[in-house]
Design a protein around this ligand. Sequence first.
Ligand code: HXC
Length: 517
Amino acid sequence: MAISPETLAELKQKRAHAEAGGGAEKAALRHAKGQLTARERISGLIAEGTFQEFGLHAQHATRHFGMEAKDLPGDGVIAGTGYIEGRPVALFSQDFAVAGGSLGTMHAKKICDVMDYAMRAGMPIVGISDSGGARIQEGVESLSGYGQVFNRNVLASGVVPQIAVIAGSCAGGAAYSPALMDFIIMTKSNASMFICGPEVIRAVTGQVTTMDEIGSAHAHAERSGNIHFVADNDQEALAIVQRLLSFLPSNNMTDPPHYLSQDLTMAEDMGFNDVVPETTKEAFNVKDVIARLCDGADFLEVQESFASNIVIGLGRIGGIVTGIVANQPMVKAGALDIDASDKAARFIRFCNIFNIPLVTLVDVPGFLPGVYQEQHGIIRHGAKMLFAYGAATVPKITVILRKAYGGAFLAMCSRDMGADLVLAWPSAEIAVMGAEGAVQILYRKDLKNAENPVEEAAKRAEDYRQEFASPYLSARRMFVHDVIEPARTKAAVSLALRNLLSKRENRPPKKHGNIPL
Ligand code: HXC
């Protein structure tokens, strides 16, 4: 017997009601603020017609104080799967128009359900946050819901990529779900993320602050380092998600989307030869090197405004998706400090999880000297880089462009830290410490007695560079595999990445290492 027209009409009506969410009036309010609705965010992200929704008809299961009469379409969140560039992703988008996008029992169940599905199927998870936090009327049940989401964030970590978009309010403990994911994208206006807001801070500590100072996108991009990308608006945030996913594998069991059909270009690029200035004191912009290395100069920089003394990001080199870690001599002379170490170490671990080879570009004078650095644990933080590189089993290629001094030489993935290939430019200086410092220690007495100490120190520094810091010395002892003309860098790195695609490395089984946190 065919389904009756009345039954079909009822289904249509129920779907339309749930899909309308908080209604046209609230949608108009969102639009007036320059924001998209929760459903528009999903359709802006995925290919048309590919959305398969989970829990459209879900509503809070029990009656709670103050909510008897409330109708909460979709329970304030839209969840399901869709396709981006031909690959499936799991998504949820909190609907502020329904009870402020607050998280109750069914809301949490919908998020957990789609996360479980993503883990089983091996597809990335994209979560869009826009919520008043725990649904007050559902009390401890909503806290339990958060616990279930957090636990899944942890279970999914290292299995499928997780990307959070903060496109509205993300207050209190709710911020920890994005924080447990791999990348956070935040919109410039209309979004905030904080644990204790300005009122709470003032009440408890007496300190006066503003949301802009503690919870805005730029505060998190530049100061706290909590987020990875800032977007001008919702549309740009969605575009960043798509671009990011274009470099990532769907899960940890597959390779990233390499363009293996692309022919390798073995041609020399003479532009590399002009990057490093004549004098060692002059800085150069390492992003010029990165642009030359990446196919089509296409580089997705991560955490651009945080700890800019190190540059991290994704690109393709000779078609191979690669994670690039590079000292930036333009900022703090490229020295490694606490924030730079944290930033790079987490990125290295991300790349390792998802089978993304690492290319490290080195121009590092050392760890940043300073009381703040010592007292705030540069030893612990710097150790994260050593740990992350040492633990990474993906292909690791290091190119020493100029300085590589002391412990920072090791922290930038030297051969002993497991680099598969180390190349040096003729401008490389590899030694225990910089020439000026070393000369003062080695020849203090001689310099004191010299007729012209400044001239003598400069001369001896030059001698030191030739004698102790020459890349040929490292090459003689096989600490670098080859000293190459910079013009050959892209060809050499591309070739090595292809060679190393089938790299296998076995380590003794263990639960996990104990990275200094
Ligand atoms: C239930 C909520 C809600 C919540 C907002 N609403 N937050 N309902 N539980 N947590 C409802 C409002 O009652 C209102 O319903 C609608 O959502 C829109 O809220 P408004 O306040 O009118 O919007 P706006 O002025 O834009 O302010 C947005 C806001 C504010 C800044 C997010 O609503 C707010 O401060 N909410 C509370 C935030 C918070 O403190 N949450 C708890 C955080 S702690 P009507 O029916 O009028 O449209 C937490 C613990 C998690 O989340 C712990 C995890 C471990």
